[in-house]
Design a protein. Structure first.
Length: 353
């Protein structure tokens, strides 16, 4: 069933992507083909949040390694709990596409077992995941689970702080067609949730995606992964690949500007106005300002990126690969900064392995 669904889902899912053109399955080769094969096997379909990265193969692999080893691979935390974190972080980041997908998947996992609302434990975890998007509250928001489980949940949070930004820029607002009457839309959503939940059945051994990227030393800001070697390895490889992409496609002046703004950021939304962006890029060389605007908006307010902002970067010569690499670098920089705020003091003793 999963293989059939994956094949059927390929064509409509391509229509979700905007502003870049993903590599078609039948034309994929090399690293892109290897990633696509794993995504369809382990996720159940070629998810547009992953395939949108395909113009930049190394970043595509980084996205999948990060997503698979945090959300999909077997671990100490069950999939429903991970989907709870994915949906809550997506809501906090104003990413309607990811909210739709992961809340529907969560419903498909939880509701068949019980007609009761999501249980109190999942509600506490959702509250924690939402609080972790702001610096002040994150420092006080100890995860409501033992430390070994908290590392896995924080990995999911990192993956979705990254993905939400990319999805807001490059995907339509929902995987469900717009304009459907509410009853029909509700039925489509329930069917989608059941299919996604069915795709989670069976074990996906941890570490299977590591082969897609070279091994690298861990970065200091990912030290919270200590004690979880496979996850630590996966996030280190993914982060290094995105850093390499940033060095290729993001001017040094822009990388320095984003890093300095992240140093001062408290995690709160920037508001509806984009006037702060014009002031922020004022000291950049004129040729770097379009990339600076896109990188800053990606990191701090990805939902405000529009066609004009992207067109300005393309006017400077950026192709699809450069666009994906620039936005991936800014998204990952923000995601790493947010998750580094969160304390991982244990609530209780680790569960036995």
């Amino acid at each position: 069933m999963t293989g059939l669904y994956a094949r059927v889902a390929r064509r409509p899912s391509r229509g979700h992507v905007r502003r870049v053109t993903p590599v078609r399955v039948e034309r994929a080769d090399g690293l892109v083909a290897a990633v696509y094969q794993q995504v369809e096997r382990d996720f159940g379909m070629l998810a547009p949040p992953v395939s949108l990265h395909s113009p930049a193969p190394q970043v595509l692999a980084a996205c999948w390694v990060t997503l698979r080893e945090t959300l999909v691979a077997v671990g100490r935390v069950d999939r429903a709990t991970r989907e709870t974190v994915a949906a809550a972080v997506s809501a906090a980041n104003s990413c309607p596409y990811c909210v739709e997908v992961h809340s529907a998947t969560l419903d498909g996992l939880v509701r068949p077992a019980s007609d009761a609302p999501t249980d109190a434990r999942l509600a506490r975890i959702a509250d924690w995941a939402r609080a972790g998007t702001a610096r002040a509250s994150a420092r006080d928001a100890v995860p409501p689970v033992a430390r070994d489980e908290a590392v896995e949940l924080l990995g999911v949070a990192l993956a979705f702080h990254y993905l939400n930004r990319m999805v807001n820029i490059f995907l339509e607002p929902s995987p469900i067609p717009a304009g459907l009457p509410a009853p029909i839309r509700g039925g489509v959503r329930r069917t989608f949730g059941r299919l996604m939940a069915r795709g989670t059945r069976g074990d996906r051994p941890a570490g299977a995606a590591l082969e897609l990227l070279p091994s690298v030393p861990p970065a200091p800001d990912l030290a919270w992964t200590t004690g979880h070697p496979v996850l630590a390895d996966a996030l280190a490889r993914g982060a290094a690949a995105v850093d390499d992409a940033g060095r290729r496609s993001v001017p040094e002046s822009v990388r320095d500007l984003v890093a300095s703004r992240l140093d001062a950021w408290d995690g709160r939304p920037t508001g509806l106005s984009r006037s702060w962006v014009g002031a922020a890029v004022g000291d950049l060389p004129a040729a770097d300002r379009p990339a600076g605007r896109l990188a800053l908006l990606t990191a701090f307010a990805a939902y405000q990126v529009d066609d004009e902002v992207v067109a300005d970067v393309r006017a400077g010569g950026a192709d699809d690969r450069a666009l994906v690499e620039l936005t991936a670098w800014a998204s990952m920089a923000a995601a790493r900064r947010v998750t580094a705020w969160v304390p991982l003091d244990p609530v209780g003793p680790p569960r036995p392995s």
